[in-house]
Design a protein around this ligand. Structure first.
Ligand SMILES: NC(=O)c1ccc[n+]([C@@H]2O[C@H](COP(=O)([O-])OP(=O)(O)OC[C@H]3O[C@@H](n4cnc5c(N)ncnc54)[C@H](O)[C@@H]3O)[C@@H](O)[C@H]2O)c1
Length: 402
Protein backbone atom coordinates (compact mmCIF):
# COMPACT_ATOMS: atom_id res chain seq x y z
CA UNK A 1 0.00 0.00 0.00
CA UNK A 2 1.24 3.51 -0.86
CA UNK A 3 1.92 5.61 2.26
CA UNK A 4 -0.84 8.09 3.09
CA UNK A 5 -3.49 6.19 1.15
CA UNK A 6 -6.79 5.24 2.79
CA UNK A 7 -6.91 1.57 3.77
CA UNK A 8 -9.93 -0.67 3.20
CA UNK A 9 -11.11 -3.49 0.95
CA UNK A 10 -8.72 -4.38 -1.87
CA UNK A 11 -11.27 -5.26 -4.58
CA UNK A 12 -14.48 -3.26 -4.88
CA UNK A 13 -17.28 -3.94 -7.34
CA UNK A 14 -19.26 -0.72 -7.84
CA UNK A 15 -22.67 -0.72 -9.55
CA UNK A 16 -23.77 2.51 -11.23
CA UNK A 17 -20.21 3.84 -11.32
CA UNK A 18 -20.88 5.95 -14.42
CA UNK A 19 -23.56 8.00 -12.68
CA UNK A 20 -23.19 11.16 -10.64
CA UNK A 21 -22.37 9.72 -7.20
CA UNK A 22 -21.04 6.40 -8.47
CA UNK A 23 -18.44 8.14 -10.62
CA UNK A 24 -17.39 10.32 -7.67
CA UNK A 25 -16.95 7.16 -5.62
CA UNK A 26 -14.93 5.43 -8.36
CA UNK A 27 -12.75 8.55 -8.73
CA UNK A 28 -12.22 8.48 -4.96
CA UNK A 29 -11.29 4.79 -4.94
CA UNK A 30 -8.79 5.24 -7.74
CA UNK A 31 -7.37 8.55 -6.52
CA UNK A 32 -7.27 8.07 -2.75
CA UNK A 33 -7.02 4.32 -2.15
CA UNK A 34 -5.19 1.33 -3.60
CA UNK A 35 -8.41 -0.57 -4.31
CA UNK A 36 -9.00 -2.32 -7.61
CA UNK A 37 -12.38 -1.41 -9.06
CA UNK A 38 -14.85 -3.17 -11.31
CA UNK A 39 -17.56 -0.76 -12.46
CA UNK A 40 -20.80 -2.46 -13.53
CA UNK A 41 -23.15 -0.01 -15.23
CA UNK A 42 -25.88 -0.36 -17.86
CA UNK A 43 -25.16 3.13 -19.26
CA UNK A 44 -28.73 4.40 -19.22
CA UNK A 45 -29.37 8.03 -20.18
CA UNK A 46 -27.83 8.99 -16.79
CA UNK A 47 -24.57 7.06 -17.17
CA UNK A 48 -21.50 8.51 -18.86
CA UNK A 49 -18.18 6.72 -19.02
CA UNK A 50 -16.31 10.00 -19.46
CA UNK A 51 -17.16 10.79 -15.80
CA UNK A 52 -14.58 8.18 -14.85
CA UNK A 53 -12.25 7.72 -17.80
CA UNK A 54 -10.33 10.99 -17.43
CA UNK A 55 -9.73 10.26 -13.73
CA UNK A 56 -8.47 6.76 -14.57
CA UNK A 57 -5.89 8.27 -16.89
CA UNK A 58 -5.00 11.16 -14.54
CA UNK A 59 -4.20 8.97 -11.55
CA UNK A 60 -2.47 6.31 -13.62
CA UNK A 61 -4.97 3.76 -12.40
CA UNK A 62 -5.64 1.94 -15.66
CA UNK A 63 -4.33 -1.32 -14.25
CA UNK A 64 -6.72 -1.08 -11.27
CA UNK A 65 -9.91 -0.28 -13.17
CA UNK A 66 -12.25 -2.23 -15.42
CA UNK A 67 -15.71 -1.64 -16.75
CA UNK A 68 -18.52 -4.03 -17.61
CA UNK A 69 -21.66 -2.83 -19.27
CA UNK A 70 -24.49 -4.80 -17.70
CA UNK A 71 -27.92 -4.42 -16.14
CA UNK A 72 -27.98 -5.20 -12.42
CA UNK A 73 -31.11 -7.22 -13.10
CA UNK A 74 -29.09 -9.54 -15.37
CA UNK A 75 -28.33 -12.42 -13.00
CA UNK A 76 -25.99 -14.26 -15.37
CA UNK A 77 -23.93 -11.15 -16.11
CA UNK A 78 -23.58 -10.36 -12.41
CA UNK A 79 -22.58 -13.93 -11.62
CA UNK A 80 -19.85 -13.83 -14.24
CA UNK A 81 -18.56 -10.45 -13.03
CA UNK A 82 -18.45 -11.60 -9.40
CA UNK A 83 -16.74 -14.88 -10.16
CA UNK A 84 -14.15 -13.31 -12.42
CA UNK A 85 -13.38 -10.19 -10.35
CA UNK A 86 -13.67 -11.79 -6.86
CA UNK A 87 -14.54 -8.62 -4.94
CA UNK A 88 -14.28 -8.34 -1.19
CA UNK A 89 -16.85 -5.54 -1.25
CA UNK A 90 -19.78 -4.46 -3.41
CA UNK A 91 -21.10 -0.90 -3.34
CA UNK A 92 -24.52 -0.67 -4.98
CA UNK A 93 -25.35 2.69 -6.52
CA UNK A 94 -27.07 1.69 -9.79
CA UNK A 95 -30.55 3.16 -9.74
CA UNK A 96 -33.11 5.23 -11.52
CA UNK A 97 -32.80 8.40 -9.49
CA UNK A 98 -34.92 11.27 -10.83
CA UNK A 99 -38.19 11.87 -8.94
CA UNK A 100 -39.90 13.65 -11.85
CA UNK A 101 -39.21 10.74 -14.19
CA UNK A 102 -40.69 8.34 -11.63
CA UNK A 103 -43.92 10.34 -11.74
CA UNK A 104 -44.09 10.07 -15.53
CA UNK A 105 -43.35 6.34 -15.52
CA UNK A 106 -42.33 4.14 -12.61
CA UNK A 107 -41.61 0.90 -14.52
CA UNK A 108 -37.90 1.55 -14.97
CA UNK A 109 -37.67 2.43 -11.26
CA UNK A 110 -39.29 -0.84 -10.20
CA UNK A 111 -37.07 -2.71 -12.64
CA UNK A 112 -33.72 -1.29 -11.54
CA UNK A 113 -34.29 -0.23 -7.95
CA UNK A 114 -36.40 -3.18 -6.78
CA UNK A 115 -35.86 -6.08 -9.20
CA UNK A 116 -32.23 -5.08 -9.84
CA UNK A 117 -31.45 -4.91 -6.11
CA UNK A 118 -33.10 -8.30 -5.57
CA UNK A 119 -31.11 -9.89 -8.40
CA UNK A 120 -27.92 -8.32 -7.08
CA UNK A 121 -28.63 -9.73 -3.60
CA UNK A 122 -29.20 -13.21 -5.03
CA UNK A 123 -26.01 -13.10 -7.09
CA UNK A 124 -23.89 -11.66 -4.28
CA UNK A 125 -25.24 -14.17 -1.74
CA UNK A 126 -24.34 -17.09 -4.00
CA UNK A 127 -20.85 -15.66 -4.53
CA UNK A 128 -20.42 -14.89 -0.81
CA UNK A 129 -21.40 -18.42 0.25
CA UNK A 130 -18.59 -19.75 -1.91
CA UNK A 131 -15.91 -17.71 -0.12
CA UNK A 132 -13.65 -19.04 2.64
CA UNK A 133 -14.77 -18.46 6.22
CA UNK A 134 -12.42 -15.47 6.49
CA UNK A 135 -13.61 -14.17 3.12
CA UNK A 136 -17.25 -14.39 4.21
CA UNK A 137 -16.52 -12.61 7.48
CA UNK A 138 -14.65 -9.76 5.80
CA UNK A 139 -17.05 -9.30 2.88
CA UNK A 140 -19.28 -6.17 2.76
CA UNK A 141 -22.22 -5.05 0.63
CA UNK A 142 -23.02 -1.35 0.98
CA UNK A 143 -26.42 -0.33 -0.38
CA UNK A 144 -26.57 3.38 -1.20
CA UNK A 145 -29.96 4.90 -0.54
CA UNK A 146 -31.64 8.22 0.03
CA UNK A 147 -33.21 10.23 2.84
CA UNK A 148 -36.34 10.45 0.65
CA UNK A 149 -37.43 7.06 2.03
CA UNK A 150 -38.35 8.89 5.24
CA UNK A 151 -40.90 11.19 3.56
CA UNK A 152 -40.82 14.85 4.45
CA UNK A 153 -40.61 17.03 7.55
CA UNK A 154 -42.58 19.95 8.89
CA UNK A 155 -40.67 23.19 9.52
CA UNK A 156 -40.06 22.43 13.20
CA UNK A 157 -39.63 18.65 13.07
CA UNK A 158 -36.30 17.19 14.20
CA UNK A 159 -34.10 15.84 11.37
CA UNK A 160 -34.36 12.22 10.17
CA UNK A 161 -32.47 9.70 12.28
CA UNK A 162 -31.79 6.04 11.45
CA UNK A 163 -34.89 5.23 13.55
CA UNK A 164 -37.30 7.45 11.59
CA UNK A 165 -40.11 5.29 10.10
CA UNK A 166 -40.22 4.94 6.32
CA UNK A 167 -42.92 7.09 4.65
CA UNK A 168 -41.85 7.54 1.00
CA UNK A 169 -43.84 10.05 -1.06
CA UNK A 170 -42.73 9.56 -4.67
CA UNK A 171 -42.55 6.39 -6.78
CA UNK A 172 -38.76 6.88 -6.77
CA UNK A 173 -38.60 6.97 -2.97
CA UNK A 174 -40.99 4.01 -2.70
CA UNK A 175 -38.74 1.85 -4.88
CA UNK A 176 -35.66 2.88 -2.90
CA UNK A 177 -37.51 2.05 0.34
CA UNK A 178 -38.36 -1.39 -1.06
CA UNK A 179 -34.72 -1.99 -1.95
CA UNK A 180 -33.57 -0.95 1.55
CA UNK A 181 -35.98 -3.47 3.09
CA UNK A 182 -34.72 -6.22 0.79
CA UNK A 183 -31.11 -5.51 1.76
CA UNK A 184 -31.91 -5.60 5.49
CA UNK A 185 -33.88 -8.83 5.03
CA UNK A 186 -30.87 -10.46 3.34
CA UNK A 187 -28.76 -9.54 6.35
CA UNK A 188 -31.27 -10.82 8.88
CA UNK A 189 -32.31 -13.95 6.99
CA UNK A 190 -29.17 -15.01 5.16
CA UNK A 191 -26.49 -13.33 7.27
CA UNK A 192 -25.11 -11.39 4.29
CA UNK A 193 -22.90 -8.60 5.73
CA UNK A 194 -24.87 -5.62 4.36
CA UNK A 195 -24.91 -1.97 5.36
CA UNK A 196 -27.41 0.68 4.24
CA UNK A 197 -26.68 4.38 3.85
CA UNK A 198 -29.38 7.05 3.55
CA UNK A 199 -27.99 10.30 2.23
CA UNK A 200 -29.39 13.77 1.65
CA UNK A 201 -29.36 15.66 -1.67
CA UNK A 202 -25.96 15.63 -3.35
CA UNK A 203 -24.45 18.31 -5.55
CA UNK A 204 -21.14 18.68 -7.36
CA UNK A 205 -19.43 18.01 -10.71
CA UNK A 206 -20.74 15.48 -13.25
CA UNK A 207 -24.41 15.67 -12.22
CA UNK A 208 -26.76 14.92 -15.12
CA UNK A 209 -28.29 18.21 -16.32
CA UNK A 210 -31.85 17.47 -15.21
CA UNK A 211 -31.29 18.10 -11.50
CA UNK A 212 -31.71 21.50 -9.88
CA UNK A 213 -28.15 22.85 -9.65
CA UNK A 214 -26.85 21.95 -13.16
CA UNK A 215 -30.16 23.05 -14.70
CA UNK A 216 -29.89 26.44 -13.04
CA UNK A 217 -26.24 26.97 -14.02
CA UNK A 218 -26.82 25.97 -17.65
CA UNK A 219 -30.01 27.93 -18.09
CA UNK A 220 -28.55 31.04 -16.47
CA UNK A 221 -25.51 30.97 -18.76
CA UNK A 222 -27.80 30.69 -21.79
CA UNK A 223 -30.18 33.41 -20.59
CA UNK A 224 -33.05 30.92 -20.28
CA UNK A 225 -35.66 31.03 -17.48
CA UNK A 226 -34.57 29.44 -14.19
CA UNK A 227 -37.45 27.12 -13.26
CA UNK A 228 -38.26 27.10 -9.53
CA UNK A 229 -41.01 24.73 -8.36
CA UNK A 230 -43.89 26.36 -6.45
CA UNK A 231 -42.58 29.21 -4.32
CA UNK A 232 -39.13 27.72 -4.00
CA UNK A 233 -39.56 27.26 -0.27
CA UNK A 234 -38.77 23.51 -0.22
CA UNK A 235 -35.84 22.83 2.09
CA UNK A 236 -33.05 20.45 1.08
CA UNK A 237 -30.02 19.37 3.14
CA UNK A 238 -27.14 19.52 0.65
CA UNK A 239 -24.00 17.38 0.67
CA UNK A 240 -21.02 17.83 -1.65
CA UNK A 241 -20.65 14.62 -3.64
CA UNK A 242 -16.99 14.03 -2.71
CA UNK A 243 -17.99 14.10 0.96
CA UNK A 244 -20.50 11.36 0.18
CA UNK A 245 -17.76 9.30 -1.50
CA UNK A 246 -15.58 9.57 1.62
CA UNK A 247 -18.55 8.59 3.79
CA UNK A 248 -19.14 5.44 1.72
CA UNK A 249 -15.50 4.45 2.14
CA UNK A 250 -15.80 4.98 5.92
CA UNK A 251 -18.92 2.79 6.04
CA UNK A 252 -17.22 0.15 3.92
CA UNK A 253 -14.13 0.01 6.12
CA UNK A 254 -15.45 0.71 9.60
CA UNK A 255 -19.24 0.25 9.54
CA UNK A 256 -20.99 -2.60 11.33
CA UNK A 257 -22.90 -5.08 9.15
CA UNK A 258 -26.65 -4.83 9.64
CA UNK A 259 -26.44 -1.15 10.54
CA UNK A 260 -27.83 1.91 8.76
CA UNK A 261 -25.94 5.20 8.53
CA UNK A 262 -27.54 8.54 7.69
CA UNK A 263 -25.25 10.87 5.74
CA UNK A 264 -25.86 14.60 5.52
CA UNK A 265 -24.10 17.90 5.20
CA UNK A 266 -25.79 20.08 7.88
CA UNK A 267 -26.78 22.42 5.05
CA UNK A 268 -30.51 23.03 5.14
CA UNK A 269 -31.26 25.55 2.41
CA UNK A 270 -34.51 26.65 0.71
CA UNK A 271 -34.49 25.96 -3.03
CA UNK A 272 -34.98 29.62 -3.89
CA UNK A 273 -31.94 30.52 -1.76
CA UNK A 274 -29.93 27.88 -3.61
CA UNK A 275 -30.93 29.39 -6.96
CA UNK A 276 -30.10 32.89 -5.71
CA UNK A 277 -26.70 31.71 -4.45
CA UNK A 278 -25.89 30.23 -7.87
CA UNK A 279 -26.96 33.46 -9.57
CA UNK A 280 -24.74 35.49 -7.23
CA UNK A 281 -21.76 33.23 -8.02
CA UNK A 282 -22.40 33.57 -11.75
CA UNK A 283 -22.66 37.37 -11.42
CA UNK A 284 -19.24 37.30 -9.71
CA UNK A 285 -17.53 34.73 -11.95
CA UNK A 286 -19.10 35.89 -15.25
CA UNK A 287 -19.46 39.66 -14.75
CA UNK A 288 -19.47 40.27 -18.53
CA UNK A 289 -22.43 37.96 -19.13
CA UNK A 290 -25.26 39.72 -20.99
CA UNK A 291 -27.64 38.03 -18.54
CA UNK A 292 -26.25 39.65 -15.38
CA UNK A 293 -27.85 39.94 -12.88
CA UNK A 294 -28.79 36.30 -13.41
CA UNK A 295 -31.42 36.44 -10.66
CA UNK A 296 -33.74 38.26 -13.07
CA UNK A 297 -34.19 34.94 -14.92
CA UNK A 298 -35.93 33.20 -12.00
CA UNK A 299 -39.27 31.81 -13.15
CA UNK A 300 -41.73 30.15 -10.76
CA UNK A 301 -43.38 27.06 -12.27
CA UNK A 302 -46.16 24.72 -11.10
CA UNK A 303 -45.03 22.56 -8.19
CA UNK A 304 -44.19 18.86 -8.54
CA UNK A 305 -47.12 16.60 -7.50
CA UNK A 306 -46.56 15.22 -4.01
CA UNK A 307 -43.47 17.39 -3.57
CA UNK A 308 -41.77 16.82 -0.21
CA UNK A 309 -41.44 20.08 1.67
CA UNK A 310 -38.39 19.55 3.83
CA UNK A 311 -35.59 17.02 4.24
CA UNK A 312 -33.00 17.22 7.00
CA UNK A 313 -30.54 14.59 8.15
CA UNK A 314 -29.22 13.87 11.61
CA UNK A 315 -25.77 12.54 10.70
CA UNK A 316 -24.52 12.24 14.29
CA UNK A 317 -24.27 8.41 14.19
CA UNK A 318 -21.77 8.24 11.32
CA UNK A 319 -19.85 11.17 12.83
CA UNK A 320 -19.70 9.56 16.27
CA UNK A 321 -19.13 5.94 15.31
CA UNK A 322 -17.07 6.22 12.12
CA UNK A 323 -15.41 9.61 12.56
CA UNK A 324 -16.74 10.96 9.24
CA UNK A 325 -17.54 14.65 8.80
CA UNK A 326 -18.25 16.66 5.65
CA UNK A 327 -15.25 18.70 4.53
CA UNK A 328 -17.23 21.22 2.49
CA UNK A 329 -19.72 23.84 3.61
CA UNK A 330 -22.49 24.67 1.15
CA UNK A 331 -20.69 27.92 0.26
CA UNK A 332 -17.35 26.25 -0.54
CA UNK A 333 -18.93 23.27 -2.30
CA UNK A 334 -21.28 25.37 -4.39
CA UNK A 335 -18.41 27.61 -5.53
CA UNK A 336 -16.42 24.53 -6.63
CA UNK A 337 -19.50 23.15 -8.39
CA UNK A 338 -20.36 26.31 -10.31
CA UNK A 339 -16.72 26.78 -11.32
CA UNK A 340 -16.67 23.18 -12.61
CA UNK A 341 -19.75 23.70 -14.79
CA UNK A 342 -18.26 26.95 -16.10
CA UNK A 343 -15.05 25.12 -17.03
CA UNK A 344 -16.90 22.16 -18.57
CA UNK A 345 -19.62 23.61 -20.85
CA UNK A 346 -19.00 20.61 -23.12
CA UNK A 347 -19.99 18.04 -20.48
CA UNK A 348 -23.24 16.29 -21.55
CA UNK A 349 -23.82 19.18 -23.96
CA UNK A 350 -25.62 16.69 -26.18
CA UNK A 351 -28.45 16.52 -23.65
CA UNK A 352 -31.42 18.08 -25.35
CA UNK A 353 -35.12 18.66 -25.04
CA UNK A 354 -36.83 19.07 -21.69
CA UNK A 355 -33.70 18.03 -19.79
CA UNK A 356 -31.53 20.69 -21.34
CA UNK A 357 -34.16 23.37 -21.00
CA UNK A 358 -34.86 22.45 -17.42
CA UNK A 359 -38.51 22.00 -18.29
CA UNK A 360 -40.75 20.18 -15.88
CA UNK A 361 -40.94 16.44 -16.17
CA UNK A 362 -43.44 14.64 -13.99
CA UNK A 363 -46.58 16.41 -15.11
CA UNK A 364 -47.65 13.94 -17.81
CA UNK A 365 -50.35 11.36 -17.15
CA UNK A 366 -48.58 8.28 -15.81
CA UNK A 367 -47.67 6.00 -18.66
CA UNK A 368 -48.08 8.63 -21.39
CA UNK A 369 -44.37 9.26 -21.58
CA UNK A 370 -42.00 6.43 -22.41
CA UNK A 371 -39.81 5.27 -19.56
CA UNK A 372 -36.34 6.72 -19.77
CA UNK A 373 -33.13 5.26 -20.92
CA UNK A 374 -33.68 2.04 -22.80
CA UNK A 375 -30.57 -0.01 -22.21
CA UNK A 376 -28.96 -1.34 -25.36
CA UNK A 377 -26.94 -4.50 -25.56
CA UNK A 378 -24.52 -5.21 -22.78
CA UNK A 379 -21.04 -6.55 -22.95
CA UNK A 380 -17.59 -5.95 -21.65
CA UNK A 381 -16.60 -2.49 -22.79
CA UNK A 382 -12.99 -1.81 -21.88
CA UNK A 383 -12.17 1.80 -21.05
CA UNK A 384 -9.89 3.21 -23.72
CA UNK A 385 -6.46 1.95 -22.88
CA UNK A 386 -7.74 0.02 -19.89
CA UNK A 387 -7.44 -3.72 -19.74
CA UNK A 388 -10.41 -5.27 -17.95
CA UNK A 389 -9.50 -7.45 -14.97
CA UNK A 390 -8.43 -10.84 -16.15
CA UNK A 391 -11.26 -13.14 -16.90
CA UNK A 392 -14.23 -10.81 -16.60
CA UNK A 393 -16.58 -12.49 -19.03
CA UNK A 394 -19.01 -10.86 -21.42
CA UNK A 395 -22.24 -9.70 -19.82
CA UNK A 396 -25.51 -10.82 -21.31
CA UNK A 397 -27.92 -8.83 -23.41
CA UNK A 398 -30.03 -6.54 -21.29
CA UNK A 399 -33.00 -4.28 -21.77
CA UNK A 400 -35.33 -2.19 -19.69
CA UNK A 401 -39.03 -2.91 -19.80
CA UNK A 402 -40.85 -0.58 -22.19
N1 LIG B 1 -28.36 12.25 -6.34
C1 LIG B 1 -28.65 12.40 -5.05
O1 LIG B 1 -28.80 13.52 -4.56
C2 LIG B 1 -28.78 11.17 -4.17
C3 LIG B 1 -28.90 11.35 -2.79
C4 LIG B 1 -28.95 10.22 -1.97
C5 LIG B 1 -28.89 8.95 -2.50
N2 LIG B 1 -28.79 8.80 -3.86
C6 LIG B 1 -28.71 7.42 -4.36
O2 LIG B 1 -27.39 7.26 -4.87
C7 LIG B 1 -27.39 6.38 -5.98
C8 LIG B 1 -26.73 7.04 -7.16
O3 LIG B 1 -27.45 8.24 -7.48
P1 LIG B 1 -26.98 9.18 -8.67
O4 LIG B 1 -27.52 10.53 -8.42
O5 LIG B 1 -25.53 9.01 -8.89
O6 LIG B 1 -27.78 8.51 -9.88
P2 LIG B 1 -27.57 8.73 -11.44
O7 LIG B 1 -28.95 8.68 -12.01
O8 LIG B 1 -26.71 9.90 -11.72
O9 LIG B 1 -26.74 7.43 -11.89
C9 LIG B 1 -27.28 6.14 -11.88
C10 LIG B 1 -26.31 5.22 -12.57
O10 LIG B 1 -26.86 3.89 -12.53
C11 LIG B 1 -26.80 3.32 -13.84
N3 LIG B 1 -27.94 2.40 -13.97
C12 LIG B 1 -29.25 2.71 -14.02
N4 LIG B 1 -29.99 1.59 -14.17
C13 LIG B 1 -29.12 0.56 -14.18
C14 LIG B 1 -29.27 -0.85 -14.27
N5 LIG B 1 -30.47 -1.42 -14.41
N6 LIG B 1 -28.16 -1.62 -14.23
C15 LIG B 1 -26.93 -1.06 -14.11
N7 LIG B 1 -26.73 0.27 -14.04
C16 LIG B 1 -27.81 1.07 -14.05
C17 LIG B 1 -26.90 4.50 -14.79
O11 LIG B 1 -26.36 4.19 -16.07
C18 LIG B 1 -26.08 5.55 -14.05
O12 LIG B 1 -24.71 5.45 -14.38
C19 LIG B 1 -28.85 6.01 -6.23
O13 LIG B 1 -29.10 4.77 -5.64
C20 LIG B 1 -29.63 7.09 -5.51
O14 LIG B 1 -30.87 6.60 -5.05
C21 LIG B 1 -28.74 9.87 -4.70
Amino acid sequence: MVAGRESGPARVLVTGGCGFIGSAFVRYLLGETDARVLNVDALTYAGDRSSVDAAVAECGAAGRYAFVRADVADRAALGRALTAFRPDAVVHLAAESHVDRSIDGAAAFVHTNVVGTHVLLEAVTTYWRGLSQAGRAGFRLVHVSTDEVYGDLGPDDPPFTEETPYRPSSPYAATKAASDHLVRAWHRTHGLPTLVTNCSNNYGPFQYPEKLIPVIVRNALAGRPLPVYGRGDQVRDWLFVDDHARALWAVLGRGTPGETYNIGGHNEVRNLETVEAICALLDELRPDSPHTPHGQLVSFVADRPGHDHRYAIDASKIERELGWRPAETFATGLRKTVRWYLERPDWRSEVSGADRLGLRLGVAVAGAVPTPGAVPTAGVVPTAGVVPSAGVGAAGVVGHPA
